[in-house]
Design a protein around this ligand. Structure first.
Ligand SMILES: Cc1cc2nc3c(=O)[nH]c(=O)nc-3n(C[C@H](O)[C@H](O)[C@H](O)COP(=O)(O)OP(=O)(O)OC[C@H]3O[C@@H](n4cnc5c(N)ncnc54)[C@H](O)[C@@H]3O)c2cc1C
Length: 472
């Protein structure tokens, strides 16, 4: 029987440090208090402390470092934009700017962020099993291949260079990973696979060495100018950053980027297999740290872990009524079966067992675009809404927030995701009905397209995309 929940396989493997919950709340005024010790909070603290070594910085975390999506994810530090390029471009055009140029700038910043994050990890001796094997996106039916071709064409217009997103034939895909049924795809060059919990804990250790205070098992309940109210009392501070990911709506405050229906927590679930033998890996040819993703609407994401397992994730039960969270991450058996069946269909001869399953929530805004906000008058910053493309984005957001706290004169503060307004989700029960209908339709569209070997994306999927507010 597999382990279920317990935050994640990654956390279970490395969470050996006692809780940082005995630390006293600071009784002197802080320069910066950050709510949330996920990767956004950790990177923000890192860049703030680097820029201002004398600053007193406290991170307040309701559970423990990496408890949220940052310690549960698929471990892809990817180049994918944390939002819809077309939506960002429209927002830029509405502001009188060149949409294509603005999105391209954001895309280049995301790509640069991977290299900067890798440099920091090297400098700080953070070993998170990082391996830059790129990202394979493959199709099994012509409609999938057509979607990939469209995605590539659009990516080339919006910041990628030809050599960063290469077409691969069926044979070339199978030379990289011998996945069943592929008819071709593309490879994104820069993507890094890593162990997300090791990254969180590595950053935590560096921050503790640098003198940042991290207080666990303490919730931020409310923020106001210069004041953070926690479950253990108030903290007075100059700057405040909300880095709560999908938990953002739980914070009482009305600053830009926050609020009741600013985003919804959507589930993503994962399984990890037993350790596979060298013979098995020999037959799968999955040797260079490639991240693997298919072009179905209910897509999956997978990596070979450093200890020779396959970790694969995808959608399960998408959303809990009234924006409920995933707790410690228990997964229903139907979702585990769905992910196991998917893995088996990718590698029909593979014999494996599921050893651990878990889920987490991604924070999704109404237009599926992330935003970074900074209120200069009240000195409150917010970053949220990266959906499933958060690992690289947390780094870029952290750096951007520090630049904005410092006057916002640099290039990062001009990127199009700054102050991007996404609108609000509908009230319940409309929200639940809309999200569940969208996911059902996307699952149905996959089956429909596969059975008929469609050459083009079905109308069903296009309709689901319209409900979601994303283009398909
Ligand atoms: C299963 C899964 C797979 C994913 N795979 C990938 C992937 O492969 N690649 C990728 O780029 N992205 C992926 N993502 C998305 C990515 O993990 C997130 O976008 C990113 O980690 C968000 O980081 P964060 O720091 O903003 O939020 P979080 O990591 O969620 O951190 C928020 C923190 O705030 C804490 N908190 C909550 N409420 C309070 C409060 N009131 N007071 C104090 N603290 C509080 C939480 O405990 C948590 O630790 C995945 C997500 C999931 C769930």
């Amino acid at each position: 029987m597999y382990k279920n929940g317990r935050v994640s396989h990654w956390i279970e493997q490395v969470n050996t440090m006692p809780m940082l919950n005995q630390i006293k709340l600071p009784d002197t005024k802080q320069d910066l208090v950050i709510a949330g010790a996920g990767l956004t909070g950790l990177w923000t603290a890192y860049y703030a402390k680097k820029k201002y070594p004398n600053w007193k910085i406290t991170i307040v975390e309701s559970q423990h470092v990496g408890y949220g999506a940052s310690g549960r994810n698929g471990g892809w530090m990817s180049t994918l934009l944390p939002g819809n390029g077309a939506v960002y471009a429209k927002a830029a055009r509405n502001a009188g700017k060149d949409g294509q140029a603005e999105v391209s700038r954001l895309q280049r910043a995301v790509i640069d962020s991977i290299y900067e994050a890798l440099d920091v990890m090297k400098m700080e001796n953070i070993d998170a099993d990082q391996q830059q094997g790129g990202q394979l996106l493959y199709a099994t039916i012509p409609a999938g291949l057509q979607r990939i071709a469209r995605a590539r064409k659009s990516a080339l217009k919006l910041g990628y260079r030809e050599d960063e997103i290469k077409n691969l034939s069926k044979k070339e895909i199978n030379q990289q990973v011998d996945v069943h049924g592929s008819i071709g795809g593309i490879k994104y060059a820069h993507t890094v696979s890593l162990d997300p919990a090791k990254l969180c804990f590595g950053l935590r250790d560096s921050l503790l060495d640098m003198g940042v205070s991290i207080i666990e098992q303490t919730s931020v309940e409310e923020i106001d100018k210069g004041l953070v109210k926690t479950s253990r009392g108030p903290i007075i501070t100059d700057h405040i950053v909300s880095a709560l990911g999908s938990y953002t709506p739980s914070l009482q405050a009305s600053f830009s980027g926050l609020g009741d229906r600013a985003l919804v927590p959507i589930n993503s679930s994962m399984i990890v297999t037993n350790k596979l033998s060298d013979d098995v890996w020999g037959s799968l040819r999955w040797d260079n740290g490639q991240c693997l993703m298919d072009a179905s609407h209910a897509f999956i994401y997978a990596q070979r872990t450093s200890d020779n397992r396959i970790a694969i994730g995808g959608r399960g039960t998408p959303y809990k009524f009234a924006s409920g969270f995933s707790g410690d991450g228990r997964v229903d058996s139907q979702t585990v079966k769905g992910l196991s069946d998917k893995l088996q269909s990718m590698f029909p001869r593979l014999e494996f067992e599921v050893e651990h399953t878990w889920r987490g929530t991604i924070g999704v805004t109404r237009d599926w675009c992330a935003g970074v906000f900074y209120d200069e008058t009240n000195k409150v910053g917010v970053a949220r809404g990266y959906a499933g493309h958060g690992i690289t984005s947390t780094h870029l957001a952290g750096k951007t927030l520090v630049e904005r706290m410092s006057g916002g004169e640099g290039e990062l503060s001009k990127l199009i995701w700054n102050d991007h307004q996404s609108g609000r989700w509908e009230p319940e029960p409309l929200r639940w009905i809309g999200i569940h209908s969208m996911y059902r339709l996307l699952g149905f569209a996959d089956t429909y397209e596969e059975k008929r070997e469609l050459r083009e994306t079905s109308l069903i999927a296009r309709f689901a995309g319209k409900i979601a507010g994303v283009a398909t």
